[in-house]
Design a protein around this ligand. Structure first.
Ligand code: TTP
Ligand code: MG
Ligand code: MG
Length: 431
């Protein structure tokens, strides 16, 4: 582990600041959001899974069962416990998205089948998913984080990396003071708890955030490697999946410490240069990846699945209209987000589920619907079109921020004259 080479020197002290990176992850996220509206379930085993939430159904059933009371979405906290569906007797193929900590004691959690979970903990309450609500709270907690520390990397619905290095107070007690402040601000605003790991880099911070879950903080310093990291299973390294883990095990490597004990050269010979070097660095707690505040899209695409399969020749008019609309949508996405691209491609899925893609890189950047339509049309000519189509997609890749493209004078909003024919002329024989 080393200090970030680009870290600016401290202005108030002479000693350089240590790089401090936090990983913050919400506790039992979906389940905790559900408990906000059903606080009567606190402390009970609850699992989230199965179908989507239909509040009207629930309220309708309540009105029948308890007509003496008024039932609307403001009364959810009054729903009697015996009214909630239990896992017992569940049949179906659903899986658990997450479970409360009370439910986890029974050995159930994310990705476990609901039928299996029903055997392990039949009394658990089963609630359906409500993604809109989870996204709402996801945005809220992230807004609180960036209010306190602006360098935040979004890593999914319930977790972020945060660069504490230059945030006031970010170095105090190794980051614990700032982590505590964030936990409190998030809890005060949302009623949700989270766990935070603070470490010299993202790799260690991610592991550390799990050490004291739920509602915990864990601080990892460079010299904690041997005691806190090396005893852990290799799988705890974010990036070592089940396949890599199995291969490591086949060589007798179970823990990160055992991995660290292997020669870098041996790892490179066994796992390939890149992976071997990375395994070596990771096992020694080294990771220089920066916290990336806004992820840059690689490509933008739009696709549509047809209600009934369409045929390139027989349904030409209809497909042509859909194709043009997709190009217009991609163009409008690019323009709205301020990007231009130079690789234009299509994706087709046939009625036998075979997928075909074709793309073409042009000599200028564009976000223009007509240009996209023209070159996507040319891609289409290179695709086999005998079978019926189930899906059609249009993609623009090799993206650049529009202002960067302009600065480099590689931007063109209209096709160069040699491609100047009307897009419909070029693709007309197909659609
Ligand atoms: P996690 O952060 O992995 O789990 P969690 O927040 O539920 O619990 P923990 O306290 O251990 O962090 O995932 C965040 C959410 O993502 C989780 O609440 C539900 C969803 N999810 C799935 O839908 N399927 C999965 O397999 C996992 C792991 C998560
Ligand atoms: Mg979580
Ligand atoms: Mg998570």
């Amino acid at each position: 582990m080393s200090q970030q080479p680009t870290a600016p020197p401290s202005s108030s002290q002479n000693s350089p600041r240590m790089r401090r990176i936090a990983h913050l992850d919400m506790d039992a996220f979906y389940a905790s959001v559900e408990l906000l509206r059903y606080p009567q379930l606190k402390g009970l085993p609850v699992v989230i899974g199965g179908g989507r939430r239909r509040e009207d159904d629930l309220l309708g059933r309540l009105r029948v069962a308890h007509p003496e009371q008024e039932w609307s979405s403001e009364h959810l906290h009054q729903i009697p416990l015996d009214f909630f569906p239990r896992l017992a007797g569940y049949t179906g193929r659903g899986v658990i998205t997450t479970a409360t900590y009370a439910a986890r004691q029974f050995g159930i959690g994310s990705a476990v089948g609901l039928m299996k979970a029903a055997k392990l903990c039949p009394q658990a309450i089963l609630l359906p998913v409500d993604f809109d609500q989870y996204r709402h709270y996801s945005r809220r907690f992230k807004a609180i984080v960036t209010d306190i520390a602006p360098l935040m990397e979004d890593r999914g619905i319930d977790e972020v990396y945060i660069d504490f290095t230059d945030v006031p107070g970010g170095q105090r007690e190794g980051g614990r003071v700032l982590a505590r402040l964030m936990q409190k601000a998030i809890f005060d605003d949302t009623g949700l708890t989270c766990s935070v790991g603070v470490a010299p880099n993202k790799l260690l911070a991610k592991m550390a955030s799990e050490f004291n879950k739920p509602n915990g903080i864990s601080i990892v310093q460079e010299d904690d490697l041997e005691t806190k990291i090396w005893p852990l299973a290799c799988r705890k390294i974010n990036g070592i999946g089940p396949k890599a883990d199995a291969k490591l095990k086949s060589h007798g490597i179970e823990t990160i410490g055992q991995l660290a004990a292997r020669e870098q050269q041996w790892l490179m010979d066994t796992f390939g240069e890149r992976t071997g070097a990375w395994l070596h660095a990771a096992s020694h707690g080294q990771d220089e990846r920066p916290v990336v505040t806004e992820s840059e899209p690689v490509s933008m695409s739009r696709e549509t699945t047809f209600d009934t399969d369409l045929h390139a020749v027989r349904d030409r008019a209809e497909l042509g209209a859909i194709f043009t609309k997709l190009c217009e949508q991609v163009a409008s996405d690019l323009q709205r987000k301020g990007y231009v691209g130079k690789t234009i491609g299509i994706k087709l899925r046939f009625d036998d589920f075979q997928i075909v893609t074709r793309d073409q890189t042009i000599d200028h950047f564009t976000a223009d619907a007509k240009v996209i339509r023209q070159f996507a049309g040319q891609c289409l000519k290179r695709a086999p079109l005998q079978k019926r189509l189930r899906l059609l997609g249009v993609r623009v890749g090799a993206l650049l921020k529009a202002e960067d493209a302009k600065a480099g004078e590689v931007f063109a909003s209209h096709p160069p004259t040699r491609h100047g024919a009307d897009a419909d002329d070029l693709t007309g024989q197909l659609f």
